[in-house]
Design a binder for this molecule. Structure first.
Ligand code: PLP
Length: 387
């Protein structure tokens, strides 16, 4: 029954229904394809499309110019020694954790780390200790505590942690911790540092060496205008032989990458968008200005921005008691906000949220941001008048 022709029809072309909406979903603002990337997606959409001229190592393919992209352009873009393309930020993190640590070892994460960092560590059989943050309203990571946590682990287990990680920025509040101070502290104890740049690589200027990052992680579908799943892993030369070690049986295949990673359209869309991505990282400070402007518009309406203030990133977390109060009496309760925004063609705040929500202003543009802020104002006015 489920495999009959009529039933199967529902799986053919499915429109997304998002045409022309203003998108402020933090997961999506940095992953929108450029026009070139859209054309590329169709052109290279067939499976294994990049493998026509492959001599056995995906990142050494010359036509299309994957080798140049991976081995010279990306290392310069991130200022790191070796880069590989992966299936996403989490796969990059797992590769590092799995190769740098042994089962049972400890690693240090910031408490604000993404769930995928915890899950990657668990898959690698590692123990986790976290560095705390200050809680509401700033959620500031206690940078000095990297030293305390490293010392604690060393004292209790007789062995320093295999790795420390900082999420830059974190995926909830968009806070940028003092990464230079963190790397100084970690290196004092000979602990290598991984910087999770899922929300920074492809959005803002990133210089791994200047940060003191031994590993830098990026997400193509989150921040590099790529269709994905695709991500980046940058590694300092000291650790490249460990993370990118080769198979004893298949001499040109890197074990941690299972031989080959992104075998088609995702890497091609990442390359197609790359000129635009370089350009936008150069204009990052305009994005910060837009984020701050938008934050102050919402604050004027009684919607408070949590996290670093003034804010240095487009990802922002808001606390909105005024919208929560409205939801208590509005028709359909807490779904009113989603419905009102949808009517105004604004997409990206999760259905049912009113009291707390996050959003991103990245690449939305001042004019659209003004429209979004005006819409919040209009919605609040409309419901407050009803009461
Ligand atoms: C989105 C996100 C990830 C996951 O990225 P993938 O590329 O989908 O694995 C990891 N870390 C942070 C901080 C994120 O925001």
């Amino acid at each position: 029954m489920v495999l009959d022709d009529a039933a199967l029809q529902k799986f053919s072309f499915i429109p997304r229904g998002m045409k022309d909406a203003i998108n402020i979903d933090p997961l999506q603002t940095g992953g929108k394809l450029t026009e070139d990337a859209k054309r590329t997606l169709l052109e290279w959409g067939d499976g294994y499309s990049v493998c026509d001229y492959c001599g056995g190592v995906l990142d050494l393919i010359k036509k299309p110019p994957i080798e140049e992209f991976v081995h010279s352009v990306l290392p310069e873009f991130l200022n790191t020694d070796e880069v590989r393309v992966t299936h996403g930020a989490r796969e990059s993190k797992f590769a590092v954790m799995h190769s740098m640590a042994e089962k049972g070892d400890y690693i240090v994460l910031d408490e604000l780390a993404h769930y995928s960092s915890f899950v990657a560590a668990q898959r690698a059989g590692l123990n986790i200790r976290t560095v705390p943050h200050s809680g509401s309203p700033d959620y500031k990571t206690d940078v000095e505590a990297y030293a305390t946590v490293i010392e604690e682990i060393t004292r209790e287990t007789g062995k320093a942690p295999a790795l420390a990680q900082v999420t830059y920025p974190d995926g909830s509040y968009g806070n940028l911790a003092d990464v230079n101070r963190i790397s100084d502290l970690c290196h004092r104890y000979d602990v290598p540092l991984m910087v999770n740049g899922a929300y920074s690589v492809g959005r803002m200027p990133i210089d791994a060496k200047k940060m003191g990052a031994d590993f830098i992680v990026g997400s193509g579908h989150k921040s590099m205008a790529a269709s994905g799943p695709v991500g980046l892993l940058g590694v300092k030369e000291d650790y490249a032989d460990i993370v990118f070690r080769k198979s004893p049986t298949h001499k040109n295949k890197e074990v941690e990458l299972l031989g080959c990673t992104v075998r088609g359209a995702p890497i091609m869309t990442m390359m197609a968008s790359f000129p635009h991505v370089v350009e936008r990282t150069r204009n990052w400070y305009d994005e910060v200005a837009d984020a701050r402007w938008f934050s102050s518009r919402l604050e004027d309406l009684g919607i408070m921005q949590m996290g670093d203030k003034p804010h240095d990133h487009d990802l922002m977390f808001f606390k909105a008691p005024v919208l929560y109060d409205i939801s208590q009496t509005a028709k359909k309760g807490r779904y009113f906000l989603y419905r009102e925004l949808k009517q105004r063609n604004i997409h990206g705040i999760k259905s049912g949220l009113t009291k707390y929500f996050k959003l991103s202003t990245f690449q939305v543009g001042r004019e659209n941001l003004k429209y979004v802020a005006d819409s919040f104002e209009e919605i609040i006015d409309k419901y407050q008048k009803k009461e």
